[in-house]
Write a new protein. Structure first.
Length: 244
């Protein structure tokens, strides 16, 4: 069984890292190139970059910025936001991404997941799921889809996804802990690795998430002090979590 992963997340809007609560009230928290480099140096297992406005603005991900972030990293790099086609994904890989994350476009056209897996390999395809009350929402949480998170995760796995990035909108940015019921529901429905996202405020929350999922996405808990990643590892080991 692979050891669990700690994955800082850069939510990017207008070229800056932002963070809000439940996808609202976004505030500037730093430069993505600088933060990405810090997390790489501090020993993150991977990094996720999500262009959170790309779908709403109906544009591709910011390739130039992705390339600059990638050049600063020595760890695997996942990029999402605005991926609508195999060509979009290939451009991101050419810019330095190791994996691509798809969300709204896959919900609109599920065959996209199979197309991406066929061209890039399943290991490079992450299906991102944003859920509120267990219901999947698209377009940065602004639109209902009529799907349940566990059902969509199961379908995404059958279509060829390599892993699931599950964000609880209810918990996002609250620092009150991950939505463990949602995470467990999704993790139990698939044989893929699930990355739990939304709600980390202290080491105990991360340890609880890693008891259910295979990786934890980290944002608010780190952005104000990237060196927290090192002490977080020590705290998690004290909770009995085996890490890389």
């Amino acid at each position: 069984m692979p050891l669990p992963r700690l994955i800082p997340c850069l939510d990017v809007a207008a070229g800056r890292v932002v963070k809000g609560v439940r996808f609202e009230g976004l505030r500037d928290v730093g430069d993505p190139v600088e933060l990405g480099a810090r997390y790489s140096d501090e020993g993150a297992d991977e990094l996720v970059f999500l262009d959170v406005k790309a779908t709403l603005d109906e544009r591709p991900t910011l390739l130039g910025l992705v390339e600059r972030v990638a050049e600063s990293l020595a760890i695997p790099f996942t990029v999402g936001g605005g991926v609508r086609s195999v060509a979009d994904a290939q451009e991101l890989l050419a810019a330095g991404a190791d994996k691509v994350a798809v969300n709204s476009a896959a919900l609109e056209r599920p065959a996209l997941v199979t197309e991406l897996a066929g061209e890039l390999g399943s290991q490079a395809v992450v299906v991102a799921i944003d859920a509120e009350g267990g219901a999947v929402r698209s377009r940065a949480g602004t639109a209902e889809t009529g799907r349940r998170a566990a059902d969509w995760a199961r379908e995404a796995a059958e279509l060829g996804a390599g892993e699931i990035l599950l964000t609880s909108i209810d918990a996002d940015g609250t620092r009150d802990g991950y939505d463990l019921d949602l995470t467990r529901d999704v993790a139990d429905s698939v044989d893929l690795a699930v990355i739990a996202s939304g709600g980390a405020g202290e080491a105990r929350h991360v340890a609880e998430a890693l008891d259910v999922a295979q990786a934890a996405l980290l944002a608010s808990i780190l952005h104000e002090d990237p060196t927290r990643l090192g002490t977080l590892r020590e705290e998690l080991r004290a909770f009995g979590v085996a890490l890389r």
